[in-house]
Design a protein around this ligand. Structure first.
Ligand code: GDP
Length: 358
């Protein structure tokens, strides 16, 4: 499943945020998977279209798309050289598709900052330096082995060139992701480099920042082109304890449109280049996660691999057309339901029924 690893310096609010994540996981009634790992929090991708579809099809259940977050033991200066904690940290983080870096911007005299003061630019630098050092270590181990293999004609020179290119980027103090345009990312994929993963910055803020578009713009600029999410981890942990109605009131009271967890799920989706398509019937209205640019058979494969193998065609209507018509029968008679073949590229919000030959 799609996972985002949470990293950050100690005392920035990771545990607080993660508790909110796991609490909401337990509360999510329609959770479609059987077991939940203790260090995984799952967030529903909010999607109002599903409510509307459930209404039109009288669906019994709504199953939204989800994003999983994995808690990764705190990183400290020197973690990349360290034994134990450092290594465990690196092992966990390698499996994540993206990294969410929690950065403290809240002021609180009672909460000690590891470096003595709240300084988001310097904190980010510390974490990213550790990630870069860890990747340099990986390459230092991999390159001599690969050189031997190239000499013995057991590996390609182009792979070695890619490794050396990545090493150069890291030596310049840059992340591999930031240089992905000029590096052969396919050749590098097997290394699972930490800085090759896209990052999201989660600024753990107080009212001072949450209420100031100007301060947020400054912080967003600090991390651009990576995306920034602004939330108050303490408030998030309170929000998940409230009813939907109460939570909405609390957000409004604070001048916020959506919870930080919702924001995080949404930005996670965007960062990973994902989108959803929809299915609906009397049993359930459901969102399915696919990559932007996936074809109809690839989308069918997310439901079941047999659907992809036996794909014949897909009956597709756009969500907007369906809602405007009010029912499947109406939208069909209006001629707005299309039959698409195997080359069709899926669009966000397609409402789909697959025809399979199996
Ligand atoms: P971690 O070490 O990164 O996991 O940080 P914790 O989640 O344990 O938080 C460290 C301390 O900061 C705890 O005492 C939290 O209650 C406090 N804390 C976390 N988030 C916030 C916040 O948004 N505002 C304030 N004022 N305190 C927070």
């Amino acid at each position: 499943a799609l996972t985002i690893g949470i990293v950050g310096l100690p005392n920035v609010g990771k545990s607080t945020l993660f508790n909110a994540l796991t609490r909401q996981t337990i509360l999510a009634a329609n959770y479609p998977f059987a077991t939940i790992e203790p260090n995984v929090g799952i967030v529903n991708l909010p999607d109002e279209r599903l409510d509307k579809l459930a209404e039109i099809f009288s669906s019994q259940k709504i199953i939204p798309a989800t994003v999983s977050f994995v808690d990764i033991a705190g990183i400290v200066k020197g973690a990349s050289e360290g034994e134990g904690l450092g290594n465990q940290f690196l092992a966990n983080i390698r499996e994540a598709h993206a990294i969410a870096q929690v950065v403290r911007v809240f002021e609180d005299e009672n909460v000690v900052h590891v470096d003595g003061k709240v300084d988001p630019a310097s904190d980010r630098e510390t974490i990213n330096t550790e990630l870069i050092l860890a990747d340099m270590q990986t390459l230092e181990n991999a390159i001599p082995k690969l050189e031997k293999q190239v000499k013995g004609r057991k590996a390609e020179q182009s792979t070695l060139d890619a490794y050396l290119g990545a090493q150069k980027v890291l030596e310049d103090g840059r992340t591999v992701f930031s240089a992905s345009d000029s590096l052969d990312m396919e050749q590098l994929a097997q290394l699972n480099l930490l800085t090759a993963k896209p990052q999201i910055y989660v600024f753990n803020a107080d009212e001072g920042v949450l209420g100031s578009a100007e301060k947020q713009a400054e912080l967003a600029e600090l991390v651009a082109p990576a995306q920034a999410v602004f939330l108050d981890a303490k408030m998030e942990s309170e929000l998940v304890e409230l009813s939907e109605e109460e939570a909405r009131e609390m957000l409004e009271l604070n001048g916020l449109e959506e919870s930080g967890l919702d924001q995080l799920a949404r930005v996670g989706f965007e960062t990973l280049g994902l989108q959803t398509y929809l299915t609906a019937g009397p049993k359930e209205a459901r969102a399915w996660t696919i990559n932007q640019g996936d074809t109809a058979p690839e989308a069918a494969g997310v439901i079941h691999t047999d659907f992809q193998k036996g794909f014949i065609k897909a009956e597709i209507v756009s969500y907007d057309d369906l809602v405007a018509a009010g029912s499947m029968a109406e939208v069909k008679s209006a001629g707005k339901v299309r039959m698409e073949g195997k080359d069709y590229v899926m669009k966000d919000g397609d409402v789909v029924e697959f025809r399979s030959g199996l």
